[in-house]
Design a protein around this ligand. Structure first.
Ligand SMILES: NC(=O)c1ccc[n+]([C@@H]2O[C@H](COP(=O)([O-])OP(=O)(O)OC[C@H]3O[C@@H](n4cnc5c(N)ncnc54)[C@H](OP(=O)(O)O)[C@@H]3O)[C@@H](O)[C@H]2O)c1
Length: 389
Protein backbone atom coordinates (compact mmCIF):
# COMPACT_ATOMS: atom_id res chain seq x y z
CA UNK A 1 0.00 0.00 0.00
CA UNK A 2 1.48 3.41 -1.00
CA UNK A 3 1.74 6.37 1.31
CA UNK A 4 -0.97 9.06 1.21
CA UNK A 5 0.32 12.59 0.69
CA UNK A 6 -1.02 14.91 3.42
CA UNK A 7 -1.18 18.71 3.31
CA UNK A 8 -1.72 20.27 6.73
CA UNK A 9 -3.16 23.80 6.83
CA UNK A 10 -2.77 25.05 10.41
CA UNK A 11 0.22 22.81 11.17
CA UNK A 12 1.35 24.76 14.26
CA UNK A 13 -2.07 24.74 15.94
CA UNK A 14 -3.79 22.30 18.25
CA UNK A 15 -5.30 20.17 15.46
CA UNK A 16 -2.00 20.51 13.62
CA UNK A 17 -0.10 19.16 16.62
CA UNK A 18 -2.40 16.13 16.94
CA UNK A 19 -2.31 15.51 13.19
CA UNK A 20 1.49 15.41 13.35
CA UNK A 21 1.33 12.82 16.15
CA UNK A 22 -0.88 10.63 13.93
CA UNK A 23 1.36 11.11 10.87
CA UNK A 24 4.50 10.36 12.90
CA UNK A 25 2.99 7.11 14.22
CA UNK A 26 1.78 6.05 10.76
CA UNK A 27 4.75 7.09 8.64
CA UNK A 28 4.44 3.89 6.60
CA UNK A 29 0.98 5.05 5.44
CA UNK A 30 1.13 8.85 5.55
CA UNK A 31 3.62 11.36 4.17
CA UNK A 32 3.47 15.05 5.04
CA UNK A 33 3.97 16.96 1.77
CA UNK A 34 2.88 20.53 2.58
CA UNK A 35 2.33 22.67 5.68
CA UNK A 36 0.89 26.10 6.38
CA UNK A 37 0.79 28.38 9.39
CA UNK A 38 -0.24 31.94 10.12
CA UNK A 39 2.78 33.87 11.36
CA UNK A 40 4.94 31.76 13.70
CA UNK A 41 8.13 30.96 11.81
CA UNK A 42 10.13 28.78 14.20
CA UNK A 43 7.58 26.05 14.99
CA UNK A 44 6.70 25.77 11.30
CA UNK A 45 10.39 25.46 10.37
CA UNK A 46 10.84 22.74 13.00
CA UNK A 47 7.99 20.73 11.44
CA UNK A 48 9.41 21.21 7.93
CA UNK A 49 12.81 19.94 9.10
CA UNK A 50 11.46 16.93 11.02
CA UNK A 51 9.19 15.73 8.21
CA UNK A 52 11.36 16.86 5.28
CA UNK A 53 8.52 19.01 3.90
CA UNK A 54 9.44 21.00 0.78
CA UNK A 55 6.25 23.10 0.36
CA UNK A 56 5.54 25.61 3.12
CA UNK A 57 3.21 28.59 3.37
CA UNK A 58 3.33 31.33 5.98
CA UNK A 59 0.13 33.29 5.51
CA UNK A 60 1.53 36.49 6.98
CA UNK A 61 3.70 38.26 4.37
CA UNK A 62 6.10 39.82 6.87
CA UNK A 63 6.58 36.48 8.61
CA UNK A 64 7.25 34.86 5.24
CA UNK A 65 9.78 37.57 4.42
CA UNK A 66 11.52 36.97 7.79
CA UNK A 67 11.40 33.21 7.24
CA UNK A 68 13.22 33.53 3.90
CA UNK A 69 16.05 35.42 5.57
CA UNK A 70 16.09 33.30 8.74
CA UNK A 71 18.06 30.32 7.43
CA UNK A 72 15.68 28.10 9.39
CA UNK A 73 14.37 26.43 6.22
CA UNK A 74 16.46 24.27 3.90
CA UNK A 75 17.35 26.13 0.67
CA UNK A 76 15.22 23.72 -1.42
CA UNK A 77 12.02 24.52 0.53
CA UNK A 78 9.47 26.51 -1.53
CA UNK A 79 8.07 29.21 0.75
CA UNK A 80 4.74 30.78 -0.20
CA UNK A 81 2.47 33.34 1.42
CA UNK A 82 -1.09 34.68 1.45
CA UNK A 83 -4.14 32.98 0.05
CA UNK A 84 -2.20 32.00 -3.10
CA UNK A 85 0.24 30.13 -0.87
CA UNK A 86 -2.61 28.23 0.82
CA UNK A 87 -4.27 27.45 -2.52
CA UNK A 88 -0.95 26.26 -3.95
CA UNK A 89 -0.55 23.75 -1.09
CA UNK A 90 -4.17 22.62 -1.39
CA UNK A 91 -3.59 21.65 -5.02
CA UNK A 92 -0.09 20.10 -4.80
CA UNK A 93 0.10 17.15 -7.22
CA UNK A 94 1.64 14.95 -4.49
CA UNK A 95 -1.26 15.62 -2.07
CA UNK A 96 -4.07 13.10 -1.63
CA UNK A 97 -5.75 14.67 1.39
CA UNK A 98 -5.85 18.24 2.68
CA UNK A 99 -6.37 18.79 6.41
CA UNK A 100 -8.11 22.17 6.83
CA UNK A 101 -7.37 23.31 10.39
CA UNK A 102 -6.84 27.07 10.27
CA UNK A 103 -8.94 29.24 12.55
CA UNK A 104 -12.14 30.79 11.18
CA UNK A 105 -13.12 31.07 7.54
CA UNK A 106 -9.60 31.45 6.12
CA UNK A 107 -9.84 27.82 5.05
CA UNK A 108 -12.71 28.41 2.61
CA UNK A 109 -10.76 29.16 -0.57
CA UNK A 110 -8.12 26.44 -0.09
CA UNK A 111 -10.94 23.96 0.62
CA UNK A 112 -12.64 24.87 -2.65
CA UNK A 113 -9.30 24.77 -4.50
CA UNK A 114 -8.55 21.31 -3.07
CA UNK A 115 -11.99 20.00 -4.08
CA UNK A 116 -11.49 21.37 -7.58
CA UNK A 117 -8.16 19.49 -7.71
CA UNK A 118 -9.86 16.22 -6.59
CA UNK A 119 -8.20 16.10 -3.15
CA UNK A 120 -9.98 14.50 -0.24
CA UNK A 121 -10.84 17.02 2.50
CA UNK A 122 -10.23 16.36 6.21
CA UNK A 123 -12.23 19.24 7.64
CA UNK A 124 -11.57 20.64 11.11
CA UNK A 125 -12.47 24.27 10.36
CA UNK A 126 -16.22 24.10 10.98
CA UNK A 127 -16.57 27.82 10.17
CA UNK A 128 -16.00 26.97 6.49
CA UNK A 129 -19.28 25.03 6.32
CA UNK A 130 -21.15 27.51 8.51
CA UNK A 131 -20.20 30.28 6.09
CA UNK A 132 -20.62 28.47 2.80
CA UNK A 133 -21.80 24.90 3.40
CA UNK A 134 -24.22 25.03 0.48
CA UNK A 135 -21.45 25.85 -2.02
CA UNK A 136 -18.70 23.68 -0.53
CA UNK A 137 -20.89 20.57 -0.36
CA UNK A 138 -22.25 21.20 -3.87
CA UNK A 139 -18.70 21.49 -5.22
CA UNK A 140 -17.65 18.29 -3.44
CA UNK A 141 -20.69 16.44 -4.78
CA UNK A 142 -20.07 17.66 -8.31
CA UNK A 143 -16.44 16.44 -8.18
CA UNK A 144 -17.21 13.24 -6.24
CA UNK A 145 -14.82 14.38 -3.49
CA UNK A 146 -15.23 13.20 0.12
CA UNK A 147 -15.42 15.78 2.91
CA UNK A 148 -14.46 13.79 6.00
CA UNK A 149 -15.16 15.35 9.41
CA UNK A 150 -12.29 15.87 11.85
CA UNK A 151 -14.49 17.62 14.42
CA UNK A 152 -14.92 14.89 17.04
CA UNK A 153 -18.72 15.15 17.19
CA UNK A 154 -19.14 14.94 13.41
CA UNK A 155 -16.55 12.23 13.15
CA UNK A 156 -18.56 10.28 15.74
CA UNK A 157 -21.76 10.77 13.73
CA UNK A 158 -19.97 9.77 10.53
CA UNK A 159 -18.82 6.55 12.21
CA UNK A 160 -22.27 5.81 13.72
CA UNK A 161 -24.04 6.49 10.40
CA UNK A 162 -21.67 4.24 8.50
CA UNK A 163 -23.41 5.10 5.23
CA UNK A 164 -26.99 4.46 6.50
CA UNK A 165 -29.70 6.02 4.30
CA UNK A 166 -31.18 9.29 5.55
CA UNK A 167 -34.72 7.84 5.94
CA UNK A 168 -33.51 5.26 8.48
CA UNK A 169 -32.18 8.00 10.79
CA UNK A 170 -34.58 9.65 13.25
CA UNK A 171 -32.10 12.25 14.53
CA UNK A 172 -28.51 12.96 15.30
CA UNK A 173 -27.56 13.97 18.81
CA UNK A 174 -24.50 16.16 19.30
CA UNK A 175 -22.91 15.98 22.72
CA UNK A 176 -21.52 19.13 24.36
CA UNK A 177 -19.20 19.28 27.36
CA UNK A 178 -21.02 22.40 28.53
CA UNK A 179 -17.64 24.10 28.98
CA UNK A 180 -16.11 25.52 32.15
CA UNK A 181 -19.14 27.68 33.04
CA UNK A 182 -21.91 25.12 32.73
CA UNK A 183 -22.87 25.52 36.41
CA UNK A 184 -22.39 29.30 36.61
CA UNK A 185 -25.35 31.56 37.35
CA UNK A 186 -26.04 34.46 34.96
CA UNK A 187 -24.66 36.86 37.62
CA UNK A 188 -21.41 34.87 37.78
CA UNK A 189 -21.22 34.77 33.98
CA UNK A 190 -21.37 38.56 33.76
CA UNK A 191 -17.88 38.79 35.32
CA UNK A 192 -16.07 36.08 33.33
CA UNK A 193 -12.65 37.25 32.13
CA UNK A 194 -10.74 36.22 28.98
CA UNK A 195 -8.19 34.45 31.20
CA UNK A 196 -10.98 32.24 32.62
CA UNK A 197 -12.63 31.62 29.24
CA UNK A 198 -9.48 30.31 27.55
CA UNK A 199 -9.28 27.30 29.90
CA UNK A 200 -11.31 24.22 28.97
CA UNK A 201 -11.91 21.44 31.52
CA UNK A 202 -11.62 18.48 29.07
CA UNK A 203 -10.03 19.57 25.80
CA UNK A 204 -6.78 21.31 24.94
CA UNK A 205 -7.59 23.51 21.93
CA UNK A 206 -6.84 26.84 20.25
CA UNK A 207 -8.02 30.10 21.85
CA UNK A 208 -11.00 30.88 19.63
CA UNK A 209 -12.61 27.44 19.82
CA UNK A 210 -12.03 27.33 23.60
CA UNK A 211 -13.97 30.57 24.06
CA UNK A 212 -16.63 29.27 21.63
CA UNK A 213 -16.95 26.11 23.72
CA UNK A 214 -17.47 28.13 26.87
CA UNK A 215 -20.32 30.18 25.32
CA UNK A 216 -21.66 27.11 23.48
CA UNK A 217 -21.37 29.08 20.22
CA UNK A 218 -19.12 26.18 19.23
CA UNK A 219 -22.04 23.75 19.59
CA UNK A 220 -24.13 26.18 17.57
CA UNK A 221 -21.53 26.18 14.79
CA UNK A 222 -21.51 22.38 14.97
CA UNK A 223 -25.31 22.22 14.55
CA UNK A 224 -24.93 24.08 11.26
CA UNK A 225 -21.87 22.03 10.27
CA UNK A 226 -23.87 18.82 10.86
CA UNK A 227 -26.73 20.13 8.76
CA UNK A 228 -24.41 20.43 5.75
CA UNK A 229 -22.20 17.40 6.29
CA UNK A 230 -25.06 14.96 6.75
CA UNK A 231 -27.83 16.69 4.77
CA UNK A 232 -29.99 16.61 7.90
CA UNK A 233 -32.98 18.93 8.47
CA UNK A 234 -32.46 21.33 11.42
CA UNK A 235 -35.25 19.80 13.55
CA UNK A 236 -33.53 16.39 13.40
CA UNK A 237 -30.31 17.66 15.03
CA UNK A 238 -30.31 17.79 18.84
CA UNK A 239 -27.78 18.83 21.49
CA UNK A 240 -27.26 17.19 24.87
CA UNK A 241 -24.80 18.31 27.54
CA UNK A 242 -22.46 15.47 28.51
CA UNK A 243 -19.76 16.93 30.78
CA UNK A 244 -17.34 13.96 30.61
CA UNK A 245 -16.75 14.26 26.80
CA UNK A 246 -16.53 10.47 26.43
CA UNK A 247 -19.48 9.98 24.09
CA UNK A 248 -18.66 12.24 21.16
CA UNK A 249 -22.11 12.09 19.57
CA UNK A 250 -24.94 9.69 18.76
CA UNK A 251 -27.26 8.65 15.96
CA UNK A 252 -30.83 7.62 16.77
CA UNK A 253 -32.33 5.30 14.16
CA UNK A 254 -36.07 5.18 13.34
CA UNK A 255 -36.42 1.84 15.15
CA UNK A 256 -35.31 3.47 18.43
CA UNK A 257 -31.74 2.12 18.53
CA UNK A 258 -29.13 4.73 19.37
CA UNK A 259 -25.50 4.24 18.33
CA UNK A 260 -22.75 6.20 20.06
CA UNK A 261 -19.01 6.60 19.51
CA UNK A 262 -16.81 6.70 22.62
CA UNK A 263 -13.16 7.51 23.24
CA UNK A 264 -11.14 9.63 25.67
CA UNK A 265 -11.18 13.35 24.81
CA UNK A 266 -8.26 13.48 22.39
CA UNK A 267 -8.54 14.63 18.79
CA UNK A 268 -6.10 11.97 17.59
CA UNK A 269 -8.92 9.40 17.42
CA UNK A 270 -10.94 11.43 14.90
CA UNK A 271 -7.86 12.63 12.97
CA UNK A 272 -6.48 9.13 12.56
CA UNK A 273 -9.88 7.78 11.55
CA UNK A 274 -10.08 10.36 8.76
CA UNK A 275 -6.46 10.20 7.56
CA UNK A 276 -6.43 6.40 7.31
CA UNK A 277 -10.10 6.00 6.34
CA UNK A 278 -11.37 3.35 5.82
CA UNK A 279 -8.46 1.49 7.42
CA UNK A 280 -8.36 1.00 11.21
CA UNK A 281 -5.08 0.63 13.09
CA UNK A 282 -3.84 1.02 16.67
CA UNK A 283 -4.16 4.64 17.80
CA UNK A 284 -1.62 6.94 19.41
CA UNK A 285 -3.52 7.64 22.65
CA UNK A 286 -4.72 5.44 25.52
CA UNK A 287 -8.18 4.00 24.98
CA UNK A 288 -11.00 3.89 27.56
CA UNK A 289 -10.49 1.55 30.45
CA UNK A 290 -13.74 0.02 31.73
CA UNK A 291 -11.88 -1.50 34.69
CA UNK A 292 -12.05 2.01 36.17
CA UNK A 293 -15.47 3.21 37.26
CA UNK A 294 -16.93 5.90 35.12
CA UNK A 295 -20.12 7.95 35.26
CA UNK A 296 -21.66 9.34 32.14
CA UNK A 297 -24.10 12.20 32.67
CA UNK A 298 -26.56 13.89 30.29
CA UNK A 299 -28.48 17.15 30.69
CA UNK A 300 -30.47 19.37 28.33
CA UNK A 301 -28.68 22.63 27.40
CA UNK A 302 -29.82 25.83 29.12
CA UNK A 303 -30.60 28.27 26.32
CA UNK A 304 -31.14 31.16 28.71
CA UNK A 305 -27.60 31.11 30.06
CA UNK A 306 -26.15 30.06 26.70
CA UNK A 307 -27.94 32.31 24.18
CA UNK A 308 -25.29 31.68 21.50
CA UNK A 309 -26.63 28.15 21.08
CA UNK A 310 -30.20 29.43 20.74
CA UNK A 311 -29.11 32.08 18.22
CA UNK A 312 -27.21 29.51 16.15
CA UNK A 313 -30.24 27.23 16.03
CA UNK A 314 -32.47 30.13 15.00
CA UNK A 315 -29.96 31.10 12.30
CA UNK A 316 -29.84 27.51 11.05
CA UNK A 317 -33.65 27.37 10.93
CA UNK A 318 -33.86 30.77 9.20
CA UNK A 319 -31.32 29.39 6.65
CA UNK A 320 -30.18 31.68 3.79
CA UNK A 321 -27.24 33.82 4.90
CA UNK A 322 -28.24 33.92 8.61
CA UNK A 323 -25.64 31.26 9.59
CA UNK A 324 -22.92 33.29 7.83
CA UNK A 325 -23.99 36.38 9.81
CA UNK A 326 -23.97 34.36 13.04
CA UNK A 327 -20.45 33.14 12.30
CA UNK A 328 -19.05 36.57 11.35
CA UNK A 329 -20.59 38.28 14.40
CA UNK A 330 -19.26 35.53 16.67
CA UNK A 331 -15.71 35.89 15.31
CA UNK A 332 -15.78 39.65 15.84
CA UNK A 333 -17.35 39.24 19.29
CA UNK A 334 -14.79 36.69 20.52
CA UNK A 335 -11.94 38.87 19.31
CA UNK A 336 -13.45 41.94 21.04
CA UNK A 337 -14.00 39.96 24.26
CA UNK A 338 -10.39 38.72 24.27
CA UNK A 339 -9.26 42.34 23.83
CA UNK A 340 -11.56 43.31 26.74
CA UNK A 341 -13.65 45.61 24.53
CA UNK A 342 -16.90 43.79 25.37
CA UNK A 343 -18.02 41.67 28.33
CA UNK A 344 -18.52 37.92 28.26
CA UNK A 345 -22.32 38.24 28.06
CA UNK A 346 -21.76 40.90 25.39
CA UNK A 347 -20.76 38.12 22.97
CA UNK A 348 -24.34 36.81 22.70
CA UNK A 349 -25.78 40.34 22.64
CA UNK A 350 -23.49 41.35 19.77
CA UNK A 351 -24.45 38.30 17.70
CA UNK A 352 -28.14 38.93 18.42
CA UNK A 353 -27.99 42.60 17.39
CA UNK A 354 -25.94 41.85 14.27
CA UNK A 355 -28.48 39.23 13.18
CA UNK A 356 -31.32 41.72 13.77
CA UNK A 357 -29.59 44.39 11.68
CA UNK A 358 -28.76 42.06 8.76
CA UNK A 359 -31.01 41.07 5.86
CA UNK A 360 -31.60 37.40 5.25
CA UNK A 361 -31.95 35.88 1.77
CA UNK A 362 -31.02 32.71 -0.08
CA UNK A 363 -27.60 33.29 -1.69
CA UNK A 364 -27.23 32.24 -5.32
CA UNK A 365 -23.43 32.41 -5.44
CA UNK A 366 -20.39 32.44 -3.19
CA UNK A 367 -19.69 36.13 -3.78
CA UNK A 368 -23.01 37.04 -2.14
CA UNK A 369 -22.04 35.02 0.94
CA UNK A 370 -18.64 36.70 1.12
CA UNK A 371 -20.35 40.13 0.81
CA UNK A 372 -22.64 39.25 3.72
CA UNK A 373 -19.68 38.04 5.75
CA UNK A 374 -17.97 41.41 5.23
CA UNK A 375 -21.10 43.45 5.96
CA UNK A 376 -21.91 41.45 9.13
CA UNK A 377 -18.36 42.08 10.39
CA UNK A 378 -18.81 45.80 9.64
CA UNK A 379 -22.13 45.90 11.53
CA UNK A 380 -20.62 44.07 14.53
CA UNK A 381 -17.60 46.37 14.62
CA UNK A 382 -19.83 49.47 14.40
CA UNK A 383 -21.94 48.14 17.27
CA UNK A 384 -18.80 47.68 19.40
CA UNK A 385 -17.60 51.21 18.60
CA UNK A 386 -21.06 52.60 19.48
CA UNK A 387 -21.00 50.67 22.75
CA UNK A 388 -17.57 52.07 23.61
CA UNK A 389 -18.46 55.71 22.92
N1 LIG B 1 -8.55 22.17 18.64
C1 LIG B 1 -9.50 21.29 18.55
O1 LIG B 1 -9.53 20.33 19.34
C2 LIG B 1 -10.55 21.40 17.49
C3 LIG B 1 -11.58 20.47 17.46
C4 LIG B 1 -12.53 20.55 16.44
C5 LIG B 1 -12.44 21.53 15.48
N2 LIG B 1 -11.44 22.44 15.53
C6 LIG B 1 -11.39 23.50 14.52
O2 LIG B 1 -10.11 23.44 13.89
C7 LIG B 1 -9.69 24.74 13.52
C8 LIG B 1 -8.33 24.99 14.14
O3 LIG B 1 -8.46 24.99 15.55
P1 LIG B 1 -7.20 24.89 16.53
O4 LIG B 1 -7.76 24.72 17.88
O5 LIG B 1 -6.23 23.91 16.00
O6 LIG B 1 -6.61 26.38 16.37
P2 LIG B 1 -5.19 26.95 16.86
O7 LIG B 1 -4.57 26.05 17.85
O8 LIG B 1 -5.42 28.37 17.22
O9 LIG B 1 -4.30 26.87 15.52
C9 LIG B 1 -4.58 27.62 14.40
C10 LIG B 1 -3.61 27.29 13.30
O10 LIG B 1 -3.96 28.04 12.15
C11 LIG B 1 -2.80 28.81 11.74
N3 LIG B 1 -3.28 30.00 11.09
C12 LIG B 1 -3.88 31.08 11.65
N4 LIG B 1 -4.22 31.95 10.68
C13 LIG B 1 -3.82 31.39 9.50
C14 LIG B 1 -3.88 31.78 8.14
N5 LIG B 1 -4.44 32.95 7.80
N6 LIG B 1 -3.38 30.95 7.21
C15 LIG B 1 -2.82 29.77 7.55
N7 LIG B 1 -2.74 29.34 8.81
C16 LIG B 1 -3.23 30.15 9.76
C17 LIG B 1 -2.03 29.04 13.03
O11 LIG B 1 -0.70 29.41 12.72
P3 LIG B 1 0.22 30.25 13.78
O12 LIG B 1 0.66 29.23 14.79
O13 LIG B 1 1.34 30.77 12.97
O14 LIG B 1 -0.66 31.31 14.36
C18 LIG B 1 -2.16 27.66 13.63
O15 LIG B 1 -1.33 26.74 12.95
C19 LIG B 1 -10.78 25.71 14.01
O16 LIG B 1 -11.65 26.00 12.97
C20 LIG B 1 -11.51 24.91 15.08
O17 LIG B 1 -12.86 25.27 15.19
C21 LIG B 1 -10.50 22.39 16.52
Amino acid sequence: MGRRGVVLLGATGSIGHNSLRVIRANSDRLKLVGIAGGSRVEPLAAIAREFGVKHVTLFDQNACHDAKKSGLFDPDVALGTGIEGLNHLATLPEADVVVVAVVGTMGLHPTLAAIEADKEIALASKEVLVLAGKFVMAAAKAKGVQVLPVDSEHNAIFQCLNGAPNHEVARIILTASGGPFRNHTLEQMAGITPEEAVKHPNWSMGTKITVDSSTMANKGLELIEARWLFGMEPNRIRVVVHPQSIIHSMVEYVDGSILAQLSPPSMTFAIQHVLLYPERRAGVDQTLNFEDSMNLEFNPPDLLRFPCLRLAREAMQAAGVAPAVFNAANEVAVDAFLKKRISYLGIGDLIDHTLQKSDNFEPTNLEEVLDIDRSARRISNDLITEHES
